[in-house]
Design a protein around this ligand. Structure first.
Ligand SMILES: [Zn+2]
Length: 61
């Protein structure tokens, strides 16, 4: 299975960006996010939706 799946990679990158931000940001505490953190979270949710809404046959695992 090819790992070059743009939707999956965007999903992973968004998850990474979100968790990195949450770890380093003093204004994000638990589920309370700062403006930038909230944007990253929204981007992550969108990427996750895009990834999960695809049929199994298109998914790369
Ligand atoms: Zn933050």
């Amino acid at each position: 299975m090819a790992k070059k799946d743009p939707i999956y990679q965007r999903y992973m990158a968004a998850a990474d960006a979100d968790s990195t931000h949450a770890k380093n940001c003093k204004n994000c505490v638990g589920s309370r996010r700062c403006g930038a953190g909230q944007q990253l979270w929204t981007a992550f949710e969108k990427a996750q939706d895009a990834h999960q809404q695809r049929p199994w046959s298109e998914r790369c695992r």
